[in-house]
Design a protein around this ligand. Sequence first.
Ligand code: HEC
Ligand code: HEC
Ligand code: HEC
Ligand code: HEC
Ligand code: HEC
Ligand code: HEC
Ligand code: HEC
Length: 251
Amino acid sequence: MALVAAGFSLFLVSCATTERAVFAPPEIDGAHYVGNRTCADCHTNIARVFPASPHARLYRAEMKMAGDSGCESCHGPGSKHVQAGGGRGKFILNPLQDPGLCFRCHLDIHAEFNLPQHHPVVENRISCTQCHDPHGADIFKPAGGLAMARQNQTCAQCHREQTRPVVFEHEAMREGCTVCHNVHGSINAKMLIQRDANLCLKCHAQIQSSTGSLVFIGKIAHQGFLRHGTCWSAGCHTAVHGSNMSQQLRY
Ligand code: HEC
Ligand code: HEC
Ligand code: HEC
Ligand code: HEC
Ligand code: HEC
Ligand code: HEC
Ligand code: HEC
């Protein structure tokens, strides 16, 4: 594998010229683009599901360069792989080992993964494909279809603690983990979308009493509590993902 890989040169260059970003296509020394149909000869199963994927749909929409939307947009030009009769590590790129192949087009996502709190994708500890299916109809697996049940299941593979069934469920969980977490990356601890009470107040209204001296959240006056820190710290609602003991999600 390593020997053959040394023959590859992959340029992760992209440059913003005008307002539109221009992306350099992936390169494999001496190889040129052959088109999806050639890949289908051997990779029948993938080729069969691929036309329904969002990346295949780009094909017709906006074709700006060779390989822009087919198999080779992610795997690089395939002629040498085909000539070699295919095979693992044979003149073909695989984004499973290199998320840079996705970042080439998804510059904004790259920026998110560079934020201080992020899933360890750039460290190669997990890959995009543990949350996204690159070939099927549902690349946006976590948010497509039966949206949130599915998304939480994706997360459950690795985060059992937050996804196990509980006696006192927090209904926010039904909207999916991403109402509170930006899973690509965030500047906040635990990849939270917001680091303060606003994370919770977007759903739980704060209501002032007519005199203005009391601030209700739910049926409880909270004006004394909010000063102590976030809603989930300071021994308050620490069980934000749900609790077996406390309806108020205390612990
Ligand atoms: C002549 C048959 C053939 C053709 C045509 C072919 N492949 Fe392959 N390819 C293979 C075989 C065999 C493997 C090894 C699969 C395995 O071991 O399960 C493979 C492996 C791969 C891998 C995995 C490589 C790795 O190192 O993990 C990718 C990606 C791939 N092919 C993409 C493509 C693309 C894209 C095309 C079209 C440009 C294509 N293939 C055309 C036969 C072919
Ligand atoms: C959006 C980028 C993208 C596109 C477009 C794409 N692939 Fe892939 N492909 C991937 C990723 C990511 C993996 C690694 C998935 C994994 O193994 O979990 C992969 C893996 C593969 C493999 C290796 C599978 C294995 O068993 O290890 C083959 C073969 C392959 N792709 C062929 C194709 C063919 C053929 C097409 C076009 C019909 C295609 N790919 C289009 C991203 C893409
Ligand atoms: C050749 C450019 C290109 C490459 C390479 C590429 N993408 Fe995309 N991808 C796009 C474009 C364009 C869209 C549609 C516009 C958008 O949402 O950004 C898209 C959309 C997506 C979406 C959202 C789909 C939806 O329905 O909203 C996901 C998720 C995604 N890509 C993941 C990946 C992953 C993972 C890889 C690498 C395995 C990858 N992409 C590689 C260009 C690319
Ligand atoms: C830990 C799981 C996870 C990993 C790993 C992951 N994603 Fe995502 N991705 C998501 C979720 C969840 C969403 C939906 C975000 C939302 O609904 O706000 C998403 C959305 C997207 C979108 C749609 C645009 C957007 O921001 O909503 C793109 C494009 C995308 N991801 C690309 C990638 C690429 C490229 C990688 C790898 C470099 C990757 N993702 C790795 C979970 C993940
Ligand atoms: C393939 C396994 C995997 C999947 C799937 C996954 N994660 Fe993670 N998650 C990790 C790893 C690994 C870390 C980093 C833990 C560390 O650095 O110790 C992490 C960290 C986190 C953290 C920060 C934890 C901390 O203590 O800072 C949050 C929040 C999180 N993930 C949420 C999610 C959500 C939401 C999803 C689903 C969209 C998801 N994860 C899917 C593996 C995964
Ligand atoms: C209502 C908002 C909210 C939702 C929805 C949510 N989380 Fe969290 N999550 C938090 C907060 C707040 C923390 C920080 C807790 C702390 O610092 O003590 C956190 C922390 C985490 C951590 C770090 C470990 C820990 O307990 O400190 C992981 C992992 C995590 N969440 C995963 C998930 C997963 C997976 C889902 C979806 C199944 C999810 N979260 C849904 C608010 C939420
Ligand atoms: C996406 C919307 C949403 C977000 C964000 C959200 N919640 Fe909730 N929460 C709900 C819903 C819906 C209920 C159930 C109805 C109710 O009691 O208001 C609930 C119930 C609760 C309860 C139980 C109330 C009771 O007495 O039964 C507590 C405590 C709670 N949430 C705390 C939090 C905290 C702390 C945060 C921030 C980390 C938060 N919530 C973020 C939607 C949300």
